[in-house]
Design a protein around this ligand. Structure first.
Ligand code: ADP
Ligand code: MG
Length: 487
């Protein structure tokens, strides 16, 4: 049973309010043929749309099988429309480019039946409306009456409990109208049929009940439903769809919209692929960097020198140049960070005993210096220097020669043809730039401090912070002594 309770539907267009449905209350039986008669614009179509769930009421309630539709969600309305309602329109509303079979099957797309079942139902419905032999034609190859039959076949293919017809014969001649009415009458034996018509003749001839409608209100009802009637109930069918049916339908849907699906897929792919590419690239880069880093570091030998450097000790920043004309002896920051490794035979044995797979090679360097002496007040004092750690000793032979641009014919000027490196980077405080490979240069810091070890190794007896005049330092002579003579 279907019941409308005080249904109102007002349309607001600009300042005018159209009362399409103005407090309509009416009940329909499980099975009857109801004709709704009324002048144009009286709200008949609106009423039908309301009953069919195509439109929502403003107030009141539509009660389907004792259940209020006030709390209906969209899914409930969908289920109701798909399973319980069949629509027939005056203008047939067929899809021109689909065959008649497809048009009928279309109405069942959402009802979740198998393809074979849909086909069977469509054939049954078309046979029932007398179109068995026209099944594979297109709508434009049919007459108006035949098209309305297709629309009826579509409406009943799903076997709905309620058939709604909005002026189904409005566009047909009287003879064809009679045939259609006959068909609808036939169908009304199994279900509730509510038909809107402007033709009182047809209504009287075929309908069980006539409701006169005007200005959104019911004027009279030829057979109103009474509360005491025993009425068979119809049950609200839910949209039932198995997982596989849903999946199959989704595929069918995708197949029918190839272009759109392709575009959506294409667009999504671009997004997904971009993210993937970015992730892949960054991961790849990171991996490659890690690998290169590891490989590069692996190329470097681990050197254990006699002197080690504590890198956590940073030399203090030098500020400005000194105005003093003296030189201060100071332990350099680098020296303060120094420590000496005791490399004994026992340690070498330990290294030799290491797993050979841990390193490609283990090698040792033994260095011997050559002997330098300086004449200090008639006494020869040894001058120490180190090739491996000039920072420590403060005295360095070979590296200075080339980097300072000393060495006669080898580096008279730097490689760009400019002044020598020494001349462009160092200022002479006393004496002159070196002219021969055997000249000695004492390099001082900006604040005129000098590595205390440089002085010690040059044979000076030095205390921390001791000051020297330039003349104390410039002009000293250092001699190279052969090992035989030295020892
Ligand atoms: P009928 O089917 O009896 O000719 P309708 O139900 O189509 O009448 O329309 C009833 C009234 O509601 C008419 O005055 C119509 O202009 C108005 N109406 C219908 N639909 C709308 C709408 N969507 N917006 C505004 N007014 C509407
Ligand atoms: Mg209408």
């Amino acid at each position: 049973m279907l019941e409308l309770k005080h249904i109102k539907k007002y349309y607001h267009v600009g300042d005018t309010i159209t009362k399409a449905l103005d407090d309509v209350s009416v009940s329909f039986r499980q099975q009857e043929f109801v004709a709704i008669l009324g002048p144009s614009s009286s709200g008949k179509t609106t009423l039908l749309n309301m009953i069919g769930g195509l439109d929502r009421y403003d107030s009141g309630d539509l009660i389907i099988e004792g259940k209020s539709t006030k709390t209906f969600k969209d899914a409930d309305w969908d289920a109701y429309r798909n399973n319980s309602i069949g629509f027939i329109f005056q203008s047939y509303n067929l899809i021109g480019h689909l065959s008649i079979m497809d048009n009928v099957e279309m109405g069942m797309t959402l009802s979740g039946v198998s393809r074979a079942e849909k086909e069977k139902r469509a054939v049954d419905a078309l046979t029932r409306v007398g179109l068995a032999e026209h099944m594979h034609k297109r709508p434009n190859q049919l007459s108006g009456g035949q098209m309305q039959r297709v629309a009826i076949a579509r409406a009943i293919a799903n076997d709905p409990e309620i058939l709604l017809a909005d002026e189904p014969t409005g566009a047909l001649d009287s003879e064809t109208s009679e045939e259609i009415m006959q068909l609808i009458k036939e169908l009304s034996k199994e279900r509730l049929v509510i038909m809107v018509t402007h033709n009182p003749q047809l209504a009287k001839q075929y309908a069980d009940r006539i409701i006169n409608f005007a200005d959104g209100k019911i004027l009279n009802d030829s057979a109103p439903y009474s509360e005491h009637e025993a009425d068979d109930h119809f049950t609200l069918k839910r949209t039932k769809m198995s997982f596989w049916t849903a999946l199959k339908l989704s595929f069918t849907n995708i197949k029918t919209k190839k272009g759109r699906t392709f575009l959506t897929m294409f667009a999504s792919s671009i997004g997904i692929i971009s993210v993937a590419i970015v992730l892949a690239l960054s991961t790849g880069f990171q991996t490659q960097i890690d690998k290169t880093e590891a490989e590069t570091l692996a190329q470097y030998p681990i050197t254990i020198a006699q002197q080690g450097q504590d890198t956590s000790q940073r030399p203090s920043q030098e500020k400005g140049f000194s105005k003093s004309d003296q030189v201060t002896a100071q332990t350099s920051a680098a020296d303060k960070a120094q420590h000496v490794n005791k490399i004994s035979q026992k340690y070498l044995d330990y290294l030799n005993g290491l797993n050979k797979k841990l390193a490609k090679n283990i090698s040792y360097t033994y260095a011997t210096g050559f002997n330098l002496v300086r004449d200090v007040n008639g006494q020869y004092k040894p001058v120490k220097f180190s090739n491996s750690n000039p920072e420590r000793s403060g005295v360095d032979a070979s590296a200075m020669m080339s980097t300072l641009g000393v060495g006669g014919s080898v580096y008279p000027v730097d490689r760009y043809g400019k002044q020598s490196y020494l001349e462009s980077n160092y200022k002479v405080l006393a004496g002159s730039y070196p002219k021969a490979a055997t000249d000695i240069v004492l390099v001082v810091n900006r604040d005129n401090t000098v590595n205390i070890n440089s002085l010690k190794n040059l044979g000076f007896t030095v205390k921390e912070n001791q000051k020297y005049n330039y003349n104390d330092l410039v002009g000293q002579t250092v001699k190279v002594v052969a090992n035989d003579d030295y020892y």
